[in-house]
Design a protein around this ligand. Structure first.
Ligand code: ATP
Ligand code: MG
Length: 331
């Protein structure tokens, strides 16, 4: 069995609106093994960013981990703040959804790419500069020398995002947490960065936990998939089992809503919209939008049950997905 690098167990992250406190992330457990690339997918508001932020102890004010554990190389980071600080950067690095959260507005971007890493890797000033230029070029940053002399606010959104990705990679982390790292970028750059991440992952033996709402990106870079909805995991499996034999109606809906570059088939959006954290239904969280829902979906607990070694679903009527027939190819 592969060595577990990250093990998240029964994670609950709570948010409040003054009076009420509810779990925005609820009973979430998953693992990322050494060398793994795991995609965490789901619609907006499903709790993907809060899960990543909880791992690194970087939750926004008012948002708290209320229970659970996050073990990295066997150490519970939630119970050991010193271990958490030590593992940030070289152990676990993160590419944030909003680049401005991660960049220091008063430091030139070139310095931000290598400053942390220089100390950790013991690089000389010249080595650090070479590494920075190499990464920035690979990232497709035009006019590299001039760009690295600028401050974050002087760069376009797309360039800022690429600088942040370069800064995370310069740390050569064991595990890279990516939160929609390419959403703000145009398709050509997006493709370039996904290829670069895939290559560096192999070169640096780096594991990836890759958050996105875009299944086609997952198909390009991940081997395993966790499907999240309304703060819970609804399905888990290998890329193949998730794409070719989804066993949760929500996953099926996500696949059918994903554009397929090779076909003109009409997309079918999932009907309705996800509830807010304060407005979640009883029973299966997806039941109000689900075409297969029955009375028994409206109450009780729904958690992942293994069907095979590499496939688990929280749906109690998963055989209905199997009966649906052909699923759109993604990835
Ligand atoms: N700082 C906050 N205070 C209160 N509630 C929050 C806060 N941040 C997130 N939430 C709530 O928690 C839920 C999950 O948020 P999260 O940002 O993790 O979603 P997400 O899956 O990353 O969505 P997106 O794809 O839009 O980035 C959301 O419904 C949101 O309303
Ligand atoms: Mg998010």
């Amino acid at each position: 069995m592969a060595e577990p690098l990250l093990e998240v167990e029964d994670l609950r992250v709570s948010v409040s609106d003054g009076g009420r406190t509810v779990a925005a992330v609820d009973s979430v457990s998953f693992r990322v093994d050494a060398g793994d690339a795991v995609g965490l997918v789901g619609e907006s508001g499903s709790g993907k960013s809060l899960t990543l932020r909880a791992i690194l102890g970087l939750l926004p004010p008012g948002v708290k981990v209320s229970s659970g554990s996050v073990r990295f190389q066997g150490v519970d980071l939630l119970a050991d703040p010193r271990a958490l600080r030590r593992c940030r950067g070289g152990g676990i690095s993160m590419i944030f959804q909003e680049p401005m959260t991660a960049l220091n507005p008063v430091v030139r971007v070139g310095r931000q790419i290598v400053d942390g890493a220089r100390h950790r890797q013991g690089w000389s000033r010249t080595q650090a500069r070479e590494e920075m230029l190499r990464l920035a070029r690979e990232m497709g940053i035009p006019d590299v020398e001039a760009a690295l002399d600028l401050y974050p606010h002087e760069l376009s959104g797309g360039l800022r995002q690429r600088v942040m990705i370069a800064a995370a990679l310069a740390n050569r982390p064991r595990l890279l947490l990516c939160d929609e790292p390419t959403t703000a970028l145009d398709v050509t750059i997006q493709d370039q960065i996904i290829k670069l991440l895939a290559r560096l992952r192999a070169e640096l033996s780096m594991s990836l936990l890759y958050v996105t709402h875009d299944l086609s990106v997952v198909g390009q870079i991940c081997e395993r998939v966790e499907v999240m909805y309304s703060g819970r995991l609804l399905e888990r499996g290998s890329l193949r089992s998730i794409f070719q034999a989804p066993r949760h109606p929500y996953t099926l809906g996500l696949i059918r809503a994903t554009p397929d570059v090779d076909s003109n088939e009409k997309l079918e959006p999932i009907p309705g919209s996800a509830p807010t954290v304060f407005d979640r239904p009883a029973g299966c969280p997806f039941q109000p939008r689900c075409a297969f829902a029955e009375k028994d979906c409206r109450s009780g607990e729904f958690s992942l049950r293994a069907m095979t070694d590499d496939h688990a679903t929280a749906c109690i009527h998963s055989e209905r997905c199997a009966a649906v027939g052909e699923v759109r190819e993604v990835g």
